[in-house]
Design a protein around this ligand. Structure first.
Ligand SMILES: Cc1cc2nc3c(=O)[nH]c(=O)nc-3n(C[C@H](O)[C@H](O)[C@H](O)COP(=O)(O)OP(=O)(O)OC[C@H]3O[C@@H](n4cnc5c(N)ncnc54)[C@H](O)[C@@H]3O)c2cc1C
Ligand code: SF4
Length: 336
């Protein structure tokens, strides 16, 4: 690991003052479950590391009643374990608490934070290899694209993308399915970004997996939950712990009179950003959720996929994950 200067500011304003306008020189440290790995692998080589551990005001979960339902605000410093174990959140948004409860293992959940989860770097093995300089590390090509590339864990919605990694966060699709926003603070003050616009498909060293500027810090995530709201997330995993899923589907909708309305279905681990499955949303809107309608929505979700050499298997997993997320949301877990 390269030597660096360690800073422990006390306020968000002090954090912002310590950040740089270009990526690479300074990194924010939250739980360190990703950043320290990147440093040990020489993928991140910052001169300055700015710790959030002593910063006030990032560790709260606030739940309040609003006209349109329940408003939730979760600080960027809240640990994944605290989200997983939160009694009110468990009732309100099981998709979120159950997803947080299966991230990594207990050690990762006890130290990893919400902000770090949303801003974690991608897991493409070419990117993580210090000797490989792909598009995101100053090189001129993506090593996952050639016919003989090892790309079984990469994107299947690849159109228009020069980099075909998948966004690694499993909380992101769920929060996006809730129509969440992110509050970030930079030199010009606070701005609120719709989560649908927060993630981006990077294609050069100057870009990351989010639209965050190098001198901005995530301070919280906000979302609203209407009364009678249904939600669930289903992950297809090769390993039950200490790994990321192969495919994830998060579903959220209102279900008055057994008709799905305001449906949001978001896929994880299939594209460089969380992928909003609009065709699946259209397919299930206005319908009762049954095995048949959920299966049709699953098929619609996978339509348009353009898999790479080794990951055609993900198409079927998308169909299954969407079907099961929809059924789980209405309490029909027939596969267990
Ligand atoms: C074996 C293993 C399995 C895992 N499985 C999963 C999984 O299934 N699903 C999943 O979602 N994740 C998974 N993870 C990733 C884990 O969730 C993340 O490592 C963790 O959430 C990152 O949080 P952290 O607080 O440790 O972030 P750090 O490592 O401290 O930071 C991660 C990145 O985010 C930036 N950052 C941190 N906080 C902020 C902030 N507030 N504002 C701006 N930038 C910030 C840092 O600069 C850094 O680039 C797994 C990790 C491991 C090691
Ligand atoms: S998928 Fe992205 S991160 Fe992986 S080698 Fe290609 S450009 Fe690099």
């Amino acid at each position: 690991m390269k030597n660096f200067t360690f800073y422990q500011p006390k306020t968000v304003a002090q954090v912002v003052n310590l950040l740089d306008t270009k990526w690479g020189k300074t990194e924010i440290l939250a739980g360190g479950t990703d950043l320290l790995d990147l440093q040990k692998e020489y993928v991140a080589q910052p001169d300055k590391v700015v710790s959030l551990s002593g910063v006030a005001g990032l560790g709260n979960i606030d739940i309040s009643q609003a006209k349109s339902g329940t408003a939730v605000k979760i600080g960027a410093g809240v640990k994944l374990a605290a989200i997983a174990e939160h009694t009110e959140l468990k009732k309100l948004v099981p998709a979120l608490t159950q997803t947080a409860a299966i991230v990594g293992g207990p050690q990762i959940r006890n130290i990893g934070t919400l902000g770090g989860n949303l801003c974690q770097r991608n897991r493409c093995w070419y990117f993580r290899d210090e000797h490989v300089n792909c598009l995101l590390k100053g090189g001129d090509k993506c090593f996952a694209l050639p016919a003989d590339a090892e790309n079984r864990y990469h994107a299947i919605f690849t159109q228009g993308h020069k980099c075909v990694m998948v966004n690694p966060s499993t909380l992101a699709p769920v929060l996006l399915a809730f129509g969440g926003t992110v509050e970030v603070q930079g030199p010009k003050g606070i701005r609120v970004i719709d989560l649908a616009q927060f993630f981006q498909a990077p294609s050069s060293t100057g870009q990351r997996e989010t639209v965050l500027s190098p001198d901005e810090v995530v301070i919280s995530v906000l979302f609203g939950v209407p009364a009678g709201h249904m939600n669930a997330s289903y992950e297809v995993r090769q390993k039950q712990s200490y790994d990321w899923p192969l495919v994830q589907a998060a579903a959220s909708f209102n279900y008055a009179d057994k008709k799905a309305d305001a449906v949001r279905i978001v896929l994880g681990h299939v594209a460089p950003t969380p992928y909003v499955a609009t065709k699946a949303q259209e397919a299930i809107t206005g319908k009762e959720i049954t095995e048949e309608t959920a299966a049709l929505a699953g098929k619609a979700a996978a339509s348009g996929a353009k898999p790479l050499g080794q990951n055609g298997y993900k198409v079927k997993l998308v169909e299954t994950a969407v079907k099961r997320a929809l059924l789980a949301a209405v309490g029909k877990k027939y596969w267990e």
